[in-house]
Design a protein around this ligand. Sequence first.
Ligand SMILES: [Zn+2]
Length: 142
Amino acid sequence: MAEEAAAQGPRPVVSYLKIPDGGDPYLEGQKCSGCGAIFLGERTTCSSCGSTGSLVPTPLSNQGELYVYSIVHRSFPGVEVPYVSAIVDLEGGGTVKGNLIDIEPKPEKIRMGMPVEVVYKIAPRKDAEGNEYLTYYFKPRA
Ligand SMILES: [Zn+2]
């Protein structure tokens, strides 16, 4: 059973992380064909213009800018702190929450609007059945 799971590869940690067969993982948004607004996750109605049935899946950019962040000092047992929880505006649309890595968790090191990119990594922990999960992080762009 565990071998079977491994052969299938990691599972996405969230529904909007897509892992194409033989392709690179990417984040998927729902784009409103009426007004162009982009959202994360399944929904039926555009919360920007209110139209229904206008949302189509669209791959999101892996490049963006840091919109806002907070340095987390307390978390669940087993989660290493401090870490940087960030919200990033992706190029071309889409606002995504995730952790900012490869940076010191200090306010003087982190700049609003700094360019970041989305990177994909195997999550540090498996689930009870031994399945691996693919997750995403943000890291500063050179
Ligand atoms: Zn809309």
